[in-house]
Ligand binder design. Structure first.
Ligand code: FES
Length: 896
């Protein structure tokens, strides 16, 4: 029975009605239309939905709406009613956000903390521990914790009390700290239905009967359809059918009315079991049906049972030499090390789930709002799949709440929304639940990595072989061994990848696919061999590496005080271990490709009102808006806040997909060139209109015989001028150095290299590891927007720590069903796990690249796992071969 609720919402008395089971967030977002409050976990685990109830923070997802009765409820929107709150300003100033999906929750919790601190604290500035304690109930998957610490501390110290706005570089920061930013989950079109998916409940089986009739007969169900054309289900969570209904309750009732009968078939969840010669064959007859977990098209391969061997390696070098050297190497000798490393499944856990709102209208016009990493190519893919004219399809993504590789494709949520909208003839929204995010949205594949390394006794002539067995579930394309070869140009290597099929959902590309796992294995193997040869780890690497990228990083490490002190840190901590805590320092290197899209076009226009830059790119938190506005700002010398950025629509000029670190490398050069062209056009038009003499372009404006006309002044003399520029190929374009990867991607010359030196503390009694310090150097050429580049690195570090120390899936061995179904079941690194991070950029090495800089998002996460593992070894003498390095593994390892 519906209850009447009278509450004060953002200062205004409001009356609502709600069922007893309605949650506060449903009322706030639905009836009140305040979409700044975000629903993420639905279980009070992540804090994204935090609102203030009589000034105290509460998770609105687990708070019944009826508890709003008589209370003062404050959502993030309230703090933007006049001036921004000091906490919001501090978040802008410290760039304490990326995708922004967690930000409203952090802002509300931060404001409650700020109020308490001002009232009760005896100190002026809170410590990191104070803030970590207060923010412990909040996750930021992008990893913006370093900025959050600084922002809350500064706000509490009273730094942003005045009316003035701070300077900031994240163009969409104000929209994100006020809750004004609109994500796909916030879209509510007239007549919009709720779409839901009926999924397989077993890991492998024959579908004997799938009866949709009872669901179809439920009043309010407007469309229902089968999603699967064959009758075999290959994994739990596989989409079988979908329906659209007038509201969520009706949709769920209809979902429960669907009847299914399975004939269960034997399933395999364990990779080693799947590799056995007598294993049940789960590979289909038409092997092309097996999906790919990779961003790039899969390399050719050959199947044997459930195992597919990749037949091409682009990173192997001196393959025969490497094999010969390893064959001759004596297993017991100091010059030989071999081990099998194991890395875990890592779920993307973007805070915004996979979602889409499709509106298929008359005359086959289709608008799709989607949480996507590639709107321009998504629109093309949709047109091709549904046989629509390209000009009839528009994809919109104003803001995307995190992606990390999981949203590069035309994913199931999008396809389902489109098909239901076509059937229902009205808009349909499909938004995954958190359980669906875990059961079907992809993950970083787990792997077993057989690594053997050898070198001459003096450390020269190193060679390694790597055979990586990737478990991408019911998918191929894990490519770990080959990715290991992106680094170390001077070492002989023989690399081979295998995909082992299991009855688990298909994996997906995850930030630097294959990179962290490869680095975990290779960097530990190198350090171990260095120790066996009694060589310093950097001196060992110098023996066979001459690439200037590596040499610059070696020099950087050797000068780092923490690295110089590593022997002393480990030795001193072991000899005087208090409470069983020992410390250690580790290093690891990584390499990534320079990828860009020459077809990208950026448009810049000038009007009397100012400058606008436009491109069909999406911003998932990496800061595409800021990169575009910074490029134009760099040319015109106008503050980025004064430059309007229009992105998020596929109909704008050709934009890049965001994957493989190709976004900035594609849009920044094109934006600079378009801005420069626009300056020439402005010069021409304004000179003619004002009859300027000897007019020329100057960084500040147009200089002429009569003085200087500032750019901002020049806009007053034009109505509309527009220029565009294509990204194009790099200078010194060398076709032999390029590899077409699909989606107009090109592999540019040279590679980016990075290194982390980390310090850990290991509790040898409890088995816990804490990363306390991280120092990194990234050799990526010119850095275009430094605070955002630093934020990317911080995010890459925290995701890397989370991967190597905490994250894994749990599967029921009896039923094969996934037990990890919510954020409360999944250990993610939180704000208290964030170490102090210091990043240096080595801005050289890419002089041949347009605007001399390349992408960073993949590189900055690759070396983390290896560096943490090497630091643990330095601290404890235990070599962790299996990640995540959870306490029970650590304790077992220390005992062995
Ligand atoms: Fe926190 Fe993206 S900014 S989850």
């Amino acid at each position: 029975m519906a209850e009447k609720i009278t509450t004060t919402l953002n200062g205004a008395q409001r009356t609502f009605t709600a069922e007893i089971e309605t949650s506060a967030i449903e009322l706030i977002r639905g009836q009140a239309g305040l979409t700044g409050t975000k629903l993420v976990c639905g279980s009070g685990a992540c804090g994204a939905c935090t609102v203030l109830v009589d000034g105290a923070p509460h998770c609105s997802c687990i708070m019944p709406a009826i508890h709003m009765e008589g209370k003062q409820i404050t959502t993030v929107e309230a703090h933007a009613q006049s001036d921004l709150h000091p906490v919001q300003k501090a978040f802008l100033a410290h760039d304490a956000l990326q995708c922004g999906y967690c930000t409203p929750g952090f802002i509300n919790e931060g404001i409650a903390f700020y109020d308490n601190w001002k009232r009760n604290a005896h100190r002026k500035r809170p410590t990191r521990a104070d803030i970590a304690h207060a923010m412990a109930g909040h996750y930021c998957r992008c990893g913006a914790y370093q900025g959050i610490y600084a922002a809350i501390a500064d706000a509490c110290e009273g730094k942003y009390e005045g009316p003035e706005m701070p300077t900031y570089l994240r163009s969409d920061g104000p929209a994100k700290v006020t809750g004004a930013a609109k994500y796909t989950t916030d879209i509510a079109l007239p007549g919009q239905l709720v779409g839901v998916i009926f999924r397989s409940r077993i890991p492998h089986g024959k579908i004997k009967r799938l009866d949709l009739s009872k669901a179809q007969a439920i009043p309010g169900v407007k469309a229902i359809l089968r999603l699967k054309t064959d009758d075999i289900t290959h994994y739990e969570g596989e989409p079988l059918a979908a329906l659209a209904a007038v509201d969520h309750a009706t949709a769920l009732a209809a979902l429960h009315a669907i009847e299914v009968e399975y004939e269960p078939l034997p399933f395999i969840m364990d990779m080693r079991a799947s590799m056995k010669a007598d294993a049940v064959q789960i590979v289909p007859e038409d092997k092309k049906q097996v999906p790919s977990a990779s961003e790039a098209p899969p390399f050719p391969g050959s199947w044997e049972g459930n195992v597919r061997k990749t037949l091409l390696s682009i990173s192997s070098s001196d393959k025969s030499k490497a094999k010969r050297k390893i064959e001759k190497s004596l297993p017991e000798s100091a010059t030989h090390y071999e081990a099998t490393f194991v890395t875990p499944t890592q779920f993307h856990t973007t805070l915004e789930p996979h979602c889409a709102v499709a509106d298929w209208r008359e005359n086959d016009m289709l608008t799709v709002y989607a949480s996507t990493q590639g709107m321009y190519f998504l629109a093309k893919d949709i047109a091709e799949r549904y046989k629509l004219k390209e000009e009839n399809v528009e994809v919109i993504a104003e803001h995307v709440g995190g992606a990390f590789g999981a949203k590069l494709t035309l994913h199931t949520a999008i396809k389902t929304a489109i098909e239901l909208s076509r059937a229902a003839k009205t808009p349909v929204a499909v938004i995954y639940s958190r359980a669906e995010e875990f059961s079907e949205a992809g993950y970083r594949p787990s792997a077993e990595i057989e690594t053997t390394i050898t070198a001459d006794p003096d450390g020269s002539n190193a060679a390694y072989t790597m055979a990586a067995y990737g478990n991408s579930g019911y998918a191929i394309g894990s490519n770990i061994a080959d990715i290991s070869g992106l680094g170390y140009t001077g070492i002989a290597k023989s690399l081979v990848d295998y995909d082992v099929l299991t009855n688990f959902q298909p994996g997906a590309a995850f930030r630097a696919p294959g990179g962290p796992a490869a680095c975990f294995a290779l960097e530990q193997a190198i350090d171990q061999l260095a120790e066996q040869l009694k060589l310093d780890p950097i001196a060992f690497r110098r023996k066979w590496e001459e690439h200037p990228g590596y040499l610059a990083l070696f020099d950087w490490v050797e000068k780092l005080p923490l690295w110089k002190q590593r022997g002393m840190i480990a030795g001193a901590s072991r000899s005087s271990a208090k409470d069983g805590i020992v410390s250690g320092v580790g290093v690891a290197f990584g390499g990534w490709m320079h990828i860009y899209m020459p077809t990208v076009v950026v448009e810049v226009e000038a009007r009397t009102s100012g400058l606008t830059v436009r491109n069909a790119v999406q911003d998932m938190g990496q800061g595409a808006r800021s990169v575009l506005s910074k490029a134009v700002s760099d040319v015109f010398g106008i503050p980025i806040q004064d430059i309007k950025v229009e992105i998020g629509h596929s109909t704008y000029a050709i934009g890049p997909s965001s994957g493989g670190s190709r976004t900035t490398a594609s849009i920044y050069p094109a934006a600079v060139e378009a801005a420069e062209k626009l300056q020439v056009a402005i010069l021409k038009e304004v000179s003619q209109k004002l009859t300027l003499v000897d007019a020329k372009i100057n960084p500040k404006g147009i200089v002429h015989a009569g003085g200087l006309l500032l750019w901002a002044e020049s806009f007053q003399h034009i109505t509309l001028l527009r220029a565009d520029a294509k990204r194009g190929h790099n200078d010194g374009f060398n076709p032999m150095g390029l590899l077409p990867l699909g989606q107009d991607m090109e592999l540019g010359q040279n590679r980016s290299y990075g290194v982390y030196v980390v310090k850990v503390e290991v509790d040898t009694l409890l088995g816990q590891t804490k990363v306390t310090e991280v120092h990194g150097a990234m050799r990526i050429g010119k850095v275009h927007v430094r605070p955002l580049a630093e934020s990317q690195c911080q995010g890459g570090v925290i995701q890397g720590i989370s991967h190597v120390l905490y994250e894994d899936r749990a599967i029921c061995p009896t039923t094969g069903r996934l037990l990890t179904r919510g954020l409360e079941d999944y250990h993610l690194a939180g704000i208290g796990d964030m170490p102090e991070i210091h990043i240096d950029f080595i801005e050289e090495g890419f002089e041949m690249v347009k605007q001399k800089g390349v992408g960073l998002a993949e590189l900055c996460t690759i070396p983390v796992a290896g560096a943490v593992a090497n630091a643990i070894y330095n601290a404890t003498g235990y070599r962790p071969l299996v990640a995540p390095i959870v306490p029970q593994r650590m304790l077992a390892g220390l005992k062995a």
